[in-house]
Design a binder for this molecule. Structure first.
Ligand SMILES: NC(=O)c1ccc[n+]([C@@H]2O[C@H](COP(=O)([O-])OP(=O)(O)OC[C@H]3O[C@@H](n4cnc5c(N)ncnc54)[C@H](O)[C@@H]3O)[C@@H](O)[C@H]2O)c1
Length: 259
């Protein structure tokens, strides 16, 4: 459970995608703990309910959370989620794009539909939410924090689609940072690596018969995974005024394994 004595998001309205599990669930807890009015969204309703219960048990600085089920890749759903939040809360201060999926398979065996799965969720989902949120973020001089991956900058075998989707997220982060620099909207990304969540631990098996030596070098030889709360704190830094002079940054959070 995240514990914070800070209240950097008092009365701030925040949307978190992928809020039902792992890093996204930790981000919801962290922002609510610091006083934010959070709307979590995800395709996994059970995880969203669990996350809302966690927030209720937290000592928050006036923060609260609600949730809505929807896919980040569904354009109509994304439009409705953003508009409903603004209609209900009257403003939007931050968008935290966390929703993501991973697929590991040789490119030779990958169909076009399979290649598009991570692209649709990780890249197009980030595009759709950013596009819908930005008109509202311009009014509040708010900001976006995206989720990239160390897979975007270091060769991760059997993850061509995933790596390409995250490379796209990084490039889009930098492009948007410049596009909105003068209007006071910041756009940054966190690039996690080796965080203990269903996404990473379930994927381990897919790679076990591949090149374990390389895999162990890429992740950690002792399998000492990072915890979601250790990444959530970095999203909070970037989205808060403490990160006010940062934009277009990709902040790697991997325990040093990719240095
Ligand atoms: N765990 C790691 O080591 C690691 C490393 C690098 C990047 N990341 C990235 O961090 C983000 C969070 O991953 P995690 O590790 O917490 O995994 P996770 O599986 O625990 O959480 C991902 C969440 O995204 C949701 N999601 C998937 N498709 C969706 C869709 N179409 N619409 C809405 N929600 C959807 C899932 O239901 C899940 O709740 C992802 O973008 C992932 O690529 C994770």
């Amino acid at each position: 459970m995240s514990v914070s004595t800070l209240s950097r998001f008092a009365n701030k309205v925040v949307i978190v995608t992928g809020g039902a599990s792992g890093i996204g669930q930790a981000v919801v807890r962290r922002f609510a703990a610091e006083g934010a009015i959070v709307t979590a969204t995800d395709v996994n309703e059970t995880g969203l309910i669990e996350g809302a219960e966690q927030v209720k048990r937290l000592a928050t600085a006036g923060g609260r959370s609600s949730f809505v089920v929807g896919s980040v890749a569904d354009e109509d759903s994304v439009k409705k989620i953003v508009q409903d939040v603004v209609d209900r809360e009257g403003r939007l201060d931050a968008l935290i794009n966390v929703a993501g999926i991973i697929r590991s398979k040789s490119i030779i065996d990958t169909s076009l539909d399979q290649f598009m799965e991570p692209i649709s969720t990780n890249l197009i989902g980030t595009f759709l939410f950013s596009r819908e949120a930005l008109p509202h973020l311009l009014k509040t001089k708010g900001n976006i924090v995206n989720t990239a991956s160390t897979a975007a900058h270091y060769g991760h075998p059997f993850m061509a689609a995933y790596a390409a989707s995250k490379g796209g997220v990084e490039s889009m982060t930098k492009a948007l940072a410049w596009e909105f620099l003068r209007q006071g909207v910041r756009v940054n990304a966190v690039a996690p690596g080796g965080i203990e969540t269903p996404l990473s631990t379930n994927n381990q098996g897919n790679l076990a018969d591949v090149d374990l030596t390389l895999f162990q070098r890429l992740i950690r030889p002792d399998y000492l995974w990072g915890k979601p709360d250790q990444v959530a704190s970095i999203y909070a830094l970037l989205a808060s005024d403490d990160g006010g002079f940062m934009t277009g940054e990709i902040v790697k959070v991997d325990g040093g394994v990719h240095n």
